[in-house]
Ligand binder design. Structure first.
Ligand code: AMP
Ligand code: GLY
Length: 438
Protein backbone atom coordinates (compact mmCIF):
# COMPACT_ATOMS: atom_id res chain seq x y z
CA UNK A 1 0.00 0.00 0.00
CA UNK A 2 1.58 3.21 -1.10
CA UNK A 3 -0.58 5.33 1.21
CA UNK A 4 1.76 6.96 3.69
CA UNK A 5 0.37 7.54 7.13
CA UNK A 6 0.71 11.29 7.02
CA UNK A 7 -2.12 11.94 9.49
CA UNK A 8 0.06 10.82 12.36
CA UNK A 9 3.03 12.39 10.77
CA UNK A 10 4.90 15.16 12.43
CA UNK A 11 5.03 18.39 10.52
CA UNK A 12 6.62 18.22 7.10
CA UNK A 13 8.69 20.51 4.93
CA UNK A 14 7.03 21.47 1.66
CA UNK A 15 8.45 22.81 -1.61
CA UNK A 16 6.09 24.68 -3.94
CA UNK A 17 7.20 25.31 -7.53
CA UNK A 18 6.14 28.45 -9.39
CA UNK A 19 6.23 32.22 -9.23
CA UNK A 20 2.83 33.67 -10.08
CA UNK A 21 -0.26 34.91 -8.29
CA UNK A 22 -1.49 31.32 -8.15
CA UNK A 23 1.60 30.24 -6.24
CA UNK A 24 1.23 33.23 -3.88
CA UNK A 25 -2.28 32.08 -3.03
CA UNK A 26 -1.23 28.43 -2.71
CA UNK A 27 1.68 29.48 -0.48
CA UNK A 28 -0.59 31.68 1.67
CA UNK A 29 -2.98 28.79 2.25
CA UNK A 30 -0.32 26.07 2.62
CA UNK A 31 1.58 28.14 5.19
CA UNK A 32 -1.52 27.98 7.44
CA UNK A 33 -1.57 24.18 7.41
CA UNK A 34 -1.20 22.32 10.69
CA UNK A 35 1.01 19.72 9.03
CA UNK A 36 3.44 22.09 7.33
CA UNK A 37 6.70 22.95 9.04
CA UNK A 38 8.95 24.83 6.61
CA UNK A 39 7.52 26.07 3.31
CA UNK A 40 9.88 26.78 0.42
CA UNK A 41 8.80 28.45 -2.82
CA UNK A 42 10.93 28.13 -5.96
CA UNK A 43 11.53 30.55 -7.44
CA UNK A 44 8.67 32.53 -5.84
CA UNK A 45 8.30 36.29 -6.20
CA UNK A 46 8.50 39.54 -4.20
CA UNK A 47 5.50 38.53 -2.09
CA UNK A 48 5.87 34.79 -1.48
CA UNK A 49 8.68 35.38 1.03
CA UNK A 50 5.94 36.51 3.44
CA UNK A 51 4.65 32.91 3.56
CA UNK A 52 7.89 30.92 3.36
CA UNK A 53 11.43 30.95 2.03
CA UNK A 54 12.08 31.78 -1.61
CA UNK A 55 14.63 29.54 -3.26
CA UNK A 56 16.40 30.48 -6.49
CA UNK A 57 15.75 27.25 -8.40
CA UNK A 58 14.59 26.62 -11.94
CA UNK A 59 11.61 24.22 -11.65
CA UNK A 60 12.65 22.62 -14.95
CA UNK A 61 16.09 21.72 -13.60
CA UNK A 62 14.96 18.46 -11.99
CA UNK A 63 18.41 17.53 -10.70
CA UNK A 64 18.71 20.85 -8.87
CA UNK A 65 15.17 20.52 -7.46
CA UNK A 66 15.99 17.01 -6.24
CA UNK A 67 19.23 18.14 -4.59
CA UNK A 68 17.33 20.85 -2.74
CA UNK A 69 14.67 18.34 -1.64
CA UNK A 70 17.31 15.97 -0.30
CA UNK A 71 19.35 18.66 1.44
CA UNK A 72 16.33 20.26 3.10
CA UNK A 73 14.38 17.15 4.09
CA UNK A 74 11.41 18.15 1.91
CA UNK A 75 8.63 15.58 2.15
CA UNK A 76 6.02 17.10 -0.16
CA UNK A 77 6.46 18.76 -3.56
CA UNK A 78 3.58 20.86 -4.91
CA UNK A 79 3.89 21.70 -8.59
CA UNK A 80 2.08 24.98 -9.31
CA UNK A 81 2.43 25.30 -13.08
CA UNK A 82 2.14 22.88 -15.97
CA UNK A 83 5.58 23.04 -17.55
CA UNK A 84 7.45 20.80 -15.06
CA UNK A 85 4.51 18.35 -15.07
CA UNK A 86 4.43 18.09 -18.85
CA UNK A 87 8.22 17.65 -18.74
CA UNK A 88 7.79 14.71 -16.34
CA UNK A 89 8.86 15.98 -12.91
CA UNK A 90 6.49 13.57 -11.14
CA UNK A 91 7.96 10.51 -12.86
CA UNK A 92 11.48 11.81 -12.21
CA UNK A 93 10.81 12.18 -8.47
CA UNK A 94 9.06 8.79 -8.29
CA UNK A 95 12.27 7.28 -9.60
CA UNK A 96 14.79 9.28 -7.58
CA UNK A 97 12.89 10.18 -4.38
CA UNK A 98 10.27 7.44 -4.01
CA UNK A 99 9.15 8.53 -0.54
CA UNK A 100 8.42 12.11 -1.67
CA UNK A 101 4.74 13.12 -1.84
CA UNK A 102 4.13 14.88 -5.16
CA UNK A 103 1.03 16.95 -5.89
CA UNK A 104 0.78 16.81 -9.67
CA UNK A 105 0.19 14.10 -12.27
CA UNK A 106 2.64 11.84 -14.05
CA UNK A 107 3.90 12.87 -17.49
CA UNK A 108 1.17 10.75 -19.09
CA UNK A 109 -1.51 12.47 -16.98
CA UNK A 110 -0.09 15.89 -17.82
CA UNK A 111 -0.82 15.18 -21.48
CA UNK A 112 -4.42 16.16 -20.70
CA UNK A 113 -3.05 19.70 -20.89
CA UNK A 114 0.08 19.08 -22.96
CA UNK A 115 -1.78 17.69 -25.98
CA UNK A 116 -5.25 18.84 -27.05
CA UNK A 117 -5.57 15.78 -29.28
CA UNK A 118 -4.76 13.46 -26.35
CA UNK A 119 -7.36 15.28 -24.23
CA UNK A 120 -10.03 15.01 -26.94
CA UNK A 121 -9.31 11.29 -27.44
CA UNK A 122 -9.54 10.78 -23.69
CA UNK A 123 -12.94 12.50 -23.57
CA UNK A 124 -14.21 10.52 -26.53
CA UNK A 125 -13.00 7.24 -25.03
CA UNK A 126 -14.78 7.95 -21.76
CA UNK A 127 -17.94 9.55 -23.22
CA UNK A 128 -17.27 12.95 -21.64
CA UNK A 129 -19.27 15.72 -23.33
CA UNK A 130 -17.11 18.02 -25.47
CA UNK A 131 -17.20 19.72 -28.86
CA UNK A 132 -17.06 17.55 -31.99
CA UNK A 133 -13.51 17.63 -33.39
CA UNK A 134 -10.84 16.20 -35.63
CA UNK A 135 -7.05 16.53 -35.61
CA UNK A 136 -4.87 17.28 -38.63
CA UNK A 137 -1.19 17.51 -39.60
CA UNK A 138 0.55 19.01 -42.67
CA UNK A 139 0.03 15.66 -44.43
CA UNK A 140 -3.73 15.78 -43.92
CA UNK A 141 -4.33 19.51 -44.49
CA UNK A 142 -6.75 18.84 -47.34
CA UNK A 143 -8.94 16.73 -45.08
CA UNK A 144 -8.72 19.65 -42.64
CA UNK A 145 -10.13 22.01 -45.26
CA UNK A 146 -12.90 19.49 -45.96
CA UNK A 147 -13.72 19.16 -42.25
CA UNK A 148 -13.99 22.95 -41.95
CA UNK A 149 -16.68 22.83 -44.67
CA UNK A 150 -18.80 20.60 -42.42
CA UNK A 151 -18.76 23.15 -39.57
CA UNK A 152 -20.49 26.47 -39.15
CA UNK A 153 -18.84 29.80 -38.34
CA UNK A 154 -17.08 30.73 -36.14
CA UNK A 155 -14.30 28.14 -36.45
CA UNK A 156 -12.16 26.97 -33.53
CA UNK A 157 -8.55 25.93 -34.26
CA UNK A 158 -6.25 24.76 -31.48
CA UNK A 159 -2.52 24.10 -31.53
CA UNK A 160 -2.09 20.60 -30.11
CA UNK A 161 0.77 21.44 -27.73
CA UNK A 162 1.47 24.07 -25.07
CA UNK A 163 1.49 27.57 -26.57
CA UNK A 164 1.53 29.83 -23.50
CA UNK A 165 -2.25 30.27 -23.66
CA UNK A 166 -2.09 31.68 -27.20
CA UNK A 167 -2.70 28.50 -29.19
CA UNK A 168 -6.48 28.82 -29.66
CA UNK A 169 -7.80 30.80 -32.63
CA UNK A 170 -11.47 31.55 -33.19
CA UNK A 171 -11.97 32.57 -36.82
CA UNK A 172 -15.10 34.33 -38.09
CA UNK A 173 -15.07 33.07 -41.69
CA UNK A 174 -14.17 29.95 -43.64
CA UNK A 175 -11.47 31.87 -45.53
CA UNK A 176 -9.84 33.01 -42.27
CA UNK A 177 -10.07 29.50 -40.84
CA UNK A 178 -8.41 27.98 -43.92
CA UNK A 179 -5.63 30.56 -43.80
CA UNK A 180 -5.05 29.99 -40.08
CA UNK A 181 -4.99 26.23 -40.51
CA UNK A 182 -2.26 26.58 -43.14
CA UNK A 183 -0.28 29.02 -40.96
CA UNK A 184 -0.54 26.83 -37.87
CA UNK A 185 0.50 23.67 -39.68
CA UNK A 186 3.26 25.73 -41.29
CA UNK A 187 4.78 26.44 -37.86
CA UNK A 188 2.96 29.51 -36.48
CA UNK A 189 3.36 28.06 -32.96
CA UNK A 190 6.44 26.01 -33.77
CA UNK A 191 6.23 22.32 -32.92
CA UNK A 192 3.11 23.01 -30.79
CA UNK A 193 1.00 23.46 -33.92
CA UNK A 194 2.45 20.58 -35.94
CA UNK A 195 -0.93 19.01 -35.10
CA UNK A 196 -4.05 21.18 -35.07
CA UNK A 197 -7.38 20.27 -33.51
CA UNK A 198 -10.37 21.78 -35.28
CA UNK A 199 -13.59 21.73 -33.32
CA UNK A 200 -17.16 22.83 -33.31
CA UNK A 201 -17.80 26.23 -31.70
CA UNK A 202 -19.81 26.03 -28.50
CA UNK A 203 -21.91 28.96 -27.39
CA UNK A 204 -22.53 29.52 -23.69
CA UNK A 205 -21.05 30.78 -20.44
CA UNK A 206 -17.81 29.37 -19.04
CA UNK A 207 -16.66 28.44 -15.55
CA UNK A 208 -13.64 26.75 -13.98
CA UNK A 209 -14.08 23.65 -11.84
CA UNK A 210 -11.15 22.34 -9.80
CA UNK A 211 -10.88 18.78 -8.55
CA UNK A 212 -8.25 17.38 -6.19
CA UNK A 213 -7.89 13.66 -6.85
CA UNK A 214 -5.88 10.93 -5.13
CA UNK A 215 -5.54 8.65 -8.16
CA UNK A 216 -7.51 5.86 -6.47
CA UNK A 217 -11.04 7.12 -7.02
CA UNK A 218 -11.14 9.65 -4.20
CA UNK A 219 -11.65 13.30 -5.04
CA UNK A 220 -12.84 16.66 -3.71
CA UNK A 221 -14.50 19.40 -5.76
CA UNK A 222 -13.14 22.83 -4.85
CA UNK A 223 -15.17 26.05 -5.05
CA UNK A 224 -16.26 26.88 -8.62
CA UNK A 225 -14.83 30.08 -10.11
CA UNK A 226 -15.03 32.18 -13.25
CA UNK A 227 -12.11 34.04 -14.73
CA UNK A 228 -11.98 37.04 -17.06
CA UNK A 229 -9.48 36.43 -19.84
CA UNK A 230 -9.79 39.46 -22.13
CA UNK A 231 -7.81 42.58 -21.37
CA UNK A 232 -10.64 45.04 -22.04
CA UNK A 233 -13.89 45.95 -20.32
CA UNK A 234 -16.89 43.95 -21.51
CA UNK A 235 -14.65 41.02 -22.51
CA UNK A 236 -13.01 42.80 -25.43
CA UNK A 237 -9.44 42.98 -26.70
CA UNK A 238 -6.64 40.45 -26.49
CA UNK A 239 -6.58 37.32 -24.36
CA UNK A 240 -4.45 37.54 -21.22
CA UNK A 241 -3.43 35.12 -18.52
CA UNK A 242 -6.50 36.39 -16.62
CA UNK A 243 -7.64 39.80 -15.38
CA UNK A 244 -9.75 38.72 -12.42
CA UNK A 245 -11.98 36.03 -11.01
CA UNK A 246 -15.00 35.44 -8.81
CA UNK A 247 -16.37 32.53 -6.79
CA UNK A 248 -19.06 31.20 -6.55
CA UNK A 249 -20.61 31.35 -10.02
CA UNK A 250 -24.38 31.80 -9.97
CA UNK A 251 -25.24 29.50 -12.88
CA UNK A 252 -23.11 26.65 -11.48
CA UNK A 253 -25.92 25.73 -9.08
CA UNK A 254 -26.62 22.39 -7.42
CA UNK A 255 -28.39 20.98 -10.47
CA UNK A 256 -25.59 22.02 -12.85
CA UNK A 257 -22.88 20.67 -10.51
CA UNK A 258 -24.73 17.36 -10.20
CA UNK A 259 -24.49 17.02 -13.99
CA UNK A 260 -20.82 18.05 -13.89
CA UNK A 261 -20.09 15.42 -11.25
CA UNK A 262 -22.00 12.64 -13.03
CA UNK A 263 -21.05 13.33 -16.63
CA UNK A 264 -17.59 14.87 -16.31
CA UNK A 265 -15.77 14.52 -12.98
CA UNK A 266 -16.48 10.86 -12.25
CA UNK A 267 -15.82 9.70 -15.81
CA UNK A 268 -12.57 11.71 -15.78
CA UNK A 269 -11.34 10.31 -12.45
CA UNK A 270 -12.41 6.76 -13.38
CA UNK A 271 -11.10 7.14 -16.94
CA UNK A 272 -7.63 8.00 -15.66
CA UNK A 273 -7.64 4.85 -13.54
CA UNK A 274 -8.96 2.69 -16.41
CA UNK A 275 -6.23 4.05 -18.68
CA UNK A 276 -3.60 3.23 -16.08
CA UNK A 277 -2.61 6.89 -15.62
CA UNK A 278 -1.17 7.89 -12.24
CA UNK A 279 -2.90 11.17 -11.45
CA UNK A 280 -2.68 12.65 -7.97
CA UNK A 281 -3.19 16.35 -7.91
CA UNK A 282 -5.40 19.11 -9.23
CA UNK A 283 -7.52 18.71 -12.35
CA UNK A 284 -8.79 21.98 -13.84
CA UNK A 285 -11.93 21.56 -15.93
CA UNK A 286 -12.60 24.48 -18.24
CA UNK A 287 -16.35 24.07 -18.71
CA UNK A 288 -19.01 25.75 -20.78
CA UNK A 289 -22.70 25.62 -20.01
CA UNK A 290 -24.57 25.16 -23.26
CA UNK A 291 -28.20 25.86 -22.34
CA UNK A 292 -27.57 24.40 -18.88
CA UNK A 293 -25.68 21.32 -20.13
CA UNK A 294 -21.99 21.23 -19.11
CA UNK A 295 -19.35 20.45 -21.73
CA UNK A 296 -15.56 20.39 -21.46
CA UNK A 297 -13.64 23.11 -23.32
CA UNK A 298 -10.27 22.06 -21.95
CA UNK A 299 -8.38 20.25 -19.22
CA UNK A 300 -5.47 21.75 -17.34
CA UNK A 301 -3.36 19.75 -14.93
CA UNK A 302 -2.89 22.47 -12.29
CA UNK A 303 -4.93 25.17 -10.60
CA UNK A 304 -6.05 28.24 -12.59
CA UNK A 305 -4.63 31.71 -12.31
CA UNK A 306 -6.30 34.02 -11.21
CA UNK A 307 -9.02 31.59 -10.08
CA UNK A 308 -6.81 30.15 -7.31
CA UNK A 309 -6.55 33.54 -5.62
CA UNK A 310 -10.36 33.53 -5.15
CA UNK A 311 -10.74 29.78 -4.57
CA UNK A 312 -8.18 29.62 -1.72
CA UNK A 313 -10.11 32.27 0.19
CA UNK A 314 -13.17 30.02 0.23
CA UNK A 315 -11.47 26.87 1.53
CA UNK A 316 -11.95 26.61 5.28
CA UNK A 317 -10.12 23.28 5.64
CA UNK A 318 -6.42 22.51 5.91
CA UNK A 319 -5.07 22.50 2.34
CA UNK A 320 -1.74 20.93 3.35
CA UNK A 321 -3.57 17.96 4.81
CA UNK A 322 -5.75 17.60 1.69
CA UNK A 323 -2.78 17.78 -0.66
CA UNK A 324 -0.72 15.33 1.37
CA UNK A 325 -3.59 12.82 1.45
CA UNK A 326 -4.16 13.16 -2.30
CA UNK A 327 -0.45 12.76 -3.04
CA UNK A 328 -0.29 9.73 -0.73
CA UNK A 329 -3.07 8.11 -2.75
CA UNK A 330 -5.94 8.19 -0.27
CA UNK A 331 -8.02 11.27 0.46
CA UNK A 332 -9.93 9.10 2.92
CA UNK A 333 -12.19 11.24 5.03
CA UNK A 334 -9.99 14.36 5.07
CA UNK A 335 -12.59 17.14 4.99
CA UNK A 336 -12.97 19.94 2.47
CA UNK A 337 -15.15 22.63 3.98
CA UNK A 338 -16.16 25.47 1.73
CA UNK A 339 -16.95 28.91 3.08
CA UNK A 340 -20.42 30.31 2.30
CA UNK A 341 -18.75 33.67 1.65
CA UNK A 342 -18.08 34.97 -1.84
CA UNK A 343 -14.61 35.82 -3.10
CA UNK A 344 -13.25 38.03 -5.85
CA UNK A 345 -9.90 38.90 -7.39
CA UNK A 346 -8.90 41.94 -9.44
CA UNK A 347 -5.57 41.77 -11.24
CA UNK A 348 -3.43 44.88 -11.47
CA UNK A 349 -1.40 44.71 -14.67
CA UNK A 350 1.34 46.74 -16.28
CA UNK A 351 0.01 49.05 -19.04
CA UNK A 352 0.53 47.51 -22.48
CA UNK A 353 0.12 43.92 -21.25
CA UNK A 354 -0.47 41.38 -22.87
CA UNK A 355 1.65 43.06 -25.54
CA UNK A 356 4.88 44.95 -24.78
CA UNK A 357 5.02 46.54 -21.31
CA UNK A 358 7.62 48.07 -19.01
CA UNK A 359 9.13 46.49 -15.89
CA UNK A 360 10.94 47.70 -12.79
CA UNK A 361 8.32 50.23 -11.61
CA UNK A 362 8.20 50.69 -7.85
CA UNK A 363 4.96 49.49 -6.23
CA UNK A 364 3.55 51.58 -3.39
CA UNK A 365 0.56 51.23 -1.08
CA UNK A 366 1.13 47.59 -0.11
CA UNK A 367 0.46 48.13 3.57
CA UNK A 368 -1.61 46.67 6.35
CA UNK A 369 -4.47 49.13 5.81
CA UNK A 370 -5.54 47.38 2.57
CA UNK A 371 -9.06 45.94 2.80
CA UNK A 372 -7.96 42.95 0.68
CA UNK A 373 -5.06 40.52 0.34
CA UNK A 374 -2.38 41.51 -2.17
CA UNK A 375 -1.16 38.29 -3.78
CA UNK A 376 2.01 39.13 -5.66
CA UNK A 377 2.29 37.86 -9.24
CA UNK A 378 4.94 39.67 -11.31
CA UNK A 379 6.98 41.36 -8.58
CA UNK A 380 10.49 41.22 -7.18
CA UNK A 381 12.36 42.81 -4.30
CA UNK A 382 15.46 44.90 -5.06
CA UNK A 383 18.63 45.28 -2.98
CA UNK A 384 17.09 48.13 -0.96
CA UNK A 385 14.01 46.05 -0.18
CA UNK A 386 11.72 47.97 -2.52
CA UNK A 387 9.05 45.98 -4.36
CA UNK A 388 9.24 46.39 -8.14
CA UNK A 389 7.11 45.17 -11.02
CA UNK A 390 8.71 42.30 -12.94
CA UNK A 391 5.90 41.02 -15.14
CA UNK A 392 2.68 41.88 -16.97
CA UNK A 393 0.33 40.67 -14.28
CA UNK A 394 1.68 42.38 -11.19
CA UNK A 395 -0.59 42.04 -8.13
CA UNK A 396 -3.81 40.09 -7.58
CA UNK A 397 -6.07 41.83 -5.07
CA UNK A 398 -8.40 39.31 -3.44
CA UNK A 399 -11.10 39.56 -0.81
CA UNK A 400 -14.11 37.77 0.60
CA UNK A 401 -17.48 39.33 1.29
CA UNK A 402 -21.10 38.57 2.02
CA UNK A 403 -21.67 38.50 -1.74
CA UNK A 404 -19.58 39.12 -4.85
CA UNK A 405 -20.36 42.84 -4.89
CA UNK A 406 -19.11 43.16 -1.29
CA UNK A 407 -15.92 41.20 -2.08
CA UNK A 408 -15.31 43.25 -5.23
CA UNK A 409 -15.78 46.56 -3.40
CA UNK A 410 -12.81 45.61 -1.18
CA UNK A 411 -10.68 44.62 -4.18
CA UNK A 412 -11.46 47.88 -5.98
CA UNK A 413 -10.76 49.94 -2.90
CA UNK A 414 -7.35 48.21 -2.77
CA UNK A 415 -6.86 48.81 -6.50
CA UNK A 416 -6.99 52.56 -5.87
CA UNK A 417 -4.45 52.37 -3.05
CA UNK A 418 -1.82 50.08 -4.55
CA UNK A 419 0.02 52.03 -7.22
CA UNK A 420 2.76 51.81 -9.81
CA UNK A 421 3.56 53.53 -13.07
CA UNK A 422 1.13 52.56 -15.90
CA UNK A 423 -1.13 50.52 -13.61
CA UNK A 424 -4.23 49.16 -15.35
CA UNK A 425 -7.12 46.94 -14.25
CA UNK A 426 -10.57 46.01 -15.46
CA UNK A 427 -13.39 47.66 -13.55
CA UNK A 428 -16.10 45.19 -14.60
CA UNK A 429 -14.93 41.93 -13.04
CA UNK A 430 -17.88 39.78 -11.96
CA UNK A 431 -20.52 42.03 -13.51
CA UNK A 432 -21.97 39.25 -15.70
CA UNK A 433 -22.15 36.80 -12.79
CA UNK A 434 -23.82 39.42 -10.55
CA UNK A 435 -26.42 40.11 -13.27
CA UNK A 436 -27.20 36.37 -13.44
CA UNK A 437 -27.61 36.18 -9.67
CA UNK A 438 -30.34 38.84 -9.66
P1 AMP B 1 -8.45 26.94 -24.26
O1 AMP B 1 -7.01 27.36 -24.35
O2 AMP B 1 -8.74 25.58 -24.80
O3 AMP B 1 -9.02 27.22 -22.90
O4 AMP B 1 -9.25 27.97 -25.15
C1 AMP B 1 -9.21 29.33 -24.87
C2 AMP B 1 -10.59 29.90 -24.94
O5 AMP B 1 -11.13 29.72 -26.25
C3 AMP B 1 -11.59 29.21 -24.02
O6 AMP B 1 -11.56 29.69 -22.72
C4 AMP B 1 -12.89 29.54 -24.72
O7 AMP B 1 -13.32 30.85 -24.37
C5 AMP B 1 -12.51 29.53 -26.17
N1 AMP B 1 -12.87 28.24 -26.78
C6 AMP B 1 -12.08 27.14 -26.85
N2 AMP B 1 -12.74 26.12 -27.45
C7 AMP B 1 -13.96 26.59 -27.76
C8 AMP B 1 -15.10 26.02 -28.41
N3 AMP B 1 -15.11 24.76 -28.87
N4 AMP B 1 -16.19 26.79 -28.54
C9 AMP B 1 -16.19 28.07 -28.11
N5 AMP B 1 -15.15 28.67 -27.51
C10 AMP B 1 -14.05 27.93 -27.34
N1 GLY C 1 -7.28 31.21 -15.77
C1 GLY C 1 -7.04 30.24 -16.77
C2 GLY C 1 -5.83 29.45 -16.59
O1 GLY C 1 -5.19 29.45 -15.56
O2 GLY C 1 -5.46 28.74 -17.53
Amino acid sequence: MEYLCFQNHQKMNVLLLGSGGRESALAWKTAQSQIVDKLFIAPGNGGTSAYGTNVALNPLDFDAVRRFIEENAVEMLVVGNEDPLVAGITDYMAQHCPALLVVGPSREGARLEGSKEFAKEFMQRHSIPTARYRAFTAETINQGYEFLETLEAPYVLKADGLAAGKGVLIEPSLADARASLAEMLGGKFGQSSATVVIEEFLSGIECSVFVLTDGHGGYRVLPVAKDYKRVGEGDTGLNTGGMGSVSPVAFADEEFMRKVDERIIRPTVDGLIKDGIDYRGFIFLGLISVKGEPMVIEYNVRMGDPETESVMLRIDSDLGRLMAAAAAGDLGSVPLEISPKSAATVMLVSGGYPEAYGKGFEITGLDASLPCIAFHAGTKTDAEGRILTSGGRVIALSATGTDIADALAKCYSGAEKVDFDKKYYRSDIGRDVMALAK
